[in-house]
Ligand binder design. Structure first.
Ligand code: FES
Length: 571
């Protein structure tokens, strides 16, 4: 620290009028000067909001972080950024991920902070905050909010993946509205985010496996007092990180990204992992491509038995040893020298880890499923790629040929999916267009289309489904997602018609529509592009600049970092 000039000194260390203004207005909060002068000033970037129920406990969590910062000799300043509540925001929270990343980036850079603690929870809040912080590249640590306690309904454990099961049971007439209402309260019985390995848990695991959080960040339940201890310790650690000048770019190396891909495969993480990791890599200018997910993680077996790919919940993962125990099982495949925010390497972090329950975390030699990870598909439907999560799919459908049943957009799908006259059977392939980044816009989680009611009543539980959208990390099925290029930019998906034959062959990584190339060209030439571009506001900016899914759906002008330097000074 001796030679390290604190960034905040440029505000609080100044003499004359400017220093007067910077200090005086801090003092109106009742803070004596010695609290913030010549001490590491730590921003706590808070996504607390009562409209983001998964993050509604974050004010309390921030207090624990502050205690740790004070204890280590730093000065905490909490600031809000736009929050993204997955369940309430319309048309989709993903539309705003890049906006929040801009809010975070500019808020950090513009203010007198030397280091940052990111309080993340509900799905998009994690990638948005990490992306924004990456573009500034100060010392940064992530504290996740933790998952809810496992739900309990009629004597069984339930979590968010049961929303899909309950909904299908209700549509098939096997569950009443009253039973659904009871199940709502039984599932969300504590603070925290979704309790399965959905996107929020995947993101919390992602930051831990990247080295951006202290060990155990991913799995300690939100309601467990040890979550506050972790927040306190993270507050202490960020002050040391400032003194060590340990920045995000020191941690986020190519090897760290590979560690995260391997870990995500082993835990059966969400398909959303792909899109968010690509966007984060873009911010720190580490060259990760969609193909890397295939190369790095497709041979990794599933060793965590967690819903939706398996049986258990995040609470169980913590009691079984958490992500450190998972990573210890994977240690021969990991880059163990990677530095982490703890100040130790990955290898040092996992050295003492132990597995306490082999039903939840097994070893690579006896996996729960030899197939895991994200499989990247290529073919004439998706020349730039599409993804499928085989651990959440039906094995028998991983090689399948069937006739397309096409929905032109989400409204068309909603209007006709339960139409008794819909020409669909158990061999059909459901195709949903115009739910990609530009087409919807915002790439909503609608790719796991519901099974048509008339098939549900016959006992059909899965169909091959294809779209340019995403699906919730809590859901499951033989669902091909993130088709790129999307329909709205003239991808081949846009010209598929009812009755076209579609072949999915996951083992051979292929997805094709059986139409001759010439016919495809003719149909594309005849296709009228109907995508409407908003004329004003944020959605206009989004539609103009969002990249395709295989690139991470970030804005083209947000790739890379601008650093923490401020070029102009109006004071
Ligand atoms: Fe917030 Fe699932 S809705 S994590």
């Amino acid at each position: 620290m001796k030679n390290l000039k604190l960034r905040s000194e440029d505000w609080f260390g100044r003499k004359g009028k400017d220093g007067f203004i910077y200090r005086a207005w801090m003092k109106n909060q009742g803070i004596p000067a010695h609290e913030f002068e010549a001490k590491p000033v730590i921003g706590i970037c808070n996504t607390w909001s009562e409209l983001t129920p998964c993050n509604a406990h974050f004010r309390e969590l921030a207090e624990s972080v502050k205690h740790g910062i004070y204890e280590a000799g730093g000065f905490p300043v909490e600031f809000p950024v736009m929050s993204l509540g997955e369940t309430l925001m319309k048309p989709t929270a993903m539309l705003y991920r890049n906006l929040v990343s801009m809010d975070v980036e500019e808020s950090i850079r513009a203010n007198p902070v030397d280091g940052v603690v990111l309080l993340c929870g509900c799905d998009k809040t994690t990638p948005a905050l990490v992306m924004g912080a990456c573009s500034v590249n100060l010392p940064t640590i992530v504290v996740s909010g933790g998952a809810m306690l496992t739900g309990k309904y009629k004597g069984t454990d339930i979590g968010t993946s049961d929303v899909w099961r309950f909904s299908e049971a209700h549509r098939a007439g096997k569950m009443t509205q009253e039973e659904l209402s009871v199940a709502e309260a039984c599932m969300c019985r504590s603070r925290g985010h979704c309790a399965v390995m959905g996107t929020a848990s995947t993101m919390a695991s992602m930051v831990e496996s990247l080295g951006l959080s202290l060990p155990d960040n991913a799995a300690i339940p939100a309601a467990d007092s040890r979550r506050k201890v972790l927040a306190h310790l993270s507050g202490m650690r960020i002050v040391e990180m400032v003194r060590e000048n340990l920045k995000l770019s020191d941690i986020l190396t190519r090897e760290a990204f590979e560690n995260s891909m391997i870990t995500n495969a082993a835990i059966g993480g969400s398909t959303n992992f792909v899109i968010h990791l690509l966007a984060i890599a873009g911010r720190v200018e580490v060259g990760i491509s969609l193909e890397d997910f295939e190369v790095v993680s497709s041979k990794i077996p599933l060793i965590a038995n967690l819903q939706p790919s398996g049986r258990y919940f995040m609470e169980d993962l913590y009691y079984a040893g958490g992500i450190p125990a998972v990573m210890k099982e994977l240690k021969s495949m990991l880059h163990r020298d990677c530095m982490t925010v703890s100040g130790k390497s990955v290898g040092e972090n996992i050295k003492q880890a132990e597995c306490y329950n082999r039903d939840v975390i097994t070893c690579v030699e006896r996996p729960f499923n030899p197939v895991s990870g994200i499989i990247v598909l290529k073919g004439n439907i998706c020349k730039d790629g599409a993804v499928i999560k085989p651990s959440a799919a039906t094995n028998a459908l991983l090689k399948h040929t069937g006739k397309a049943v096409v929905f032109e957009n989400i409204e068309d799908y909603k209007a006709r999916i339960d139409d008794p006259d819909l020409d669909v059977d158990e061999t059909s392939v459901l195709v949903l267009k115009n739910v990609g980044p530009k087409g919807y816009p915002g790439m909503p989680e609608v790719g796991n289309m519901a099974i048509p009611k008339k098939l549900l009543e016959k006992g059909v539980t899965d169909l091959v489904r294809i779209s340019d959208g995403r699906m919730s990390g809590t859901s499951f099925g033989t669902v091909v997602l993130h088709v790129s290029p999307e329909a709205a930019v003239g991808g081949v998906l846009s010209i598929i018609e009812d009755g076209d034959i579609i072949s999915l062959d996951v083992a051979n990584r292929s997805l094709n529509v059986e139409i001759p190339g010439q016919e495809i060209e003719l149909r594309l030439a005849a296709k009228q592009q109907t995508n409407r571009v908003e004329e004003r506001g944020y959605v206009h900016l989004y539609q103009k600049h969002v990249e395709q899914a295989h690139l991470g759906a970030d804005f083209d002008f947000l790739r890379g970092m601008s650093g923490s330097k401020i070029n102009r000074d109006s004071h």
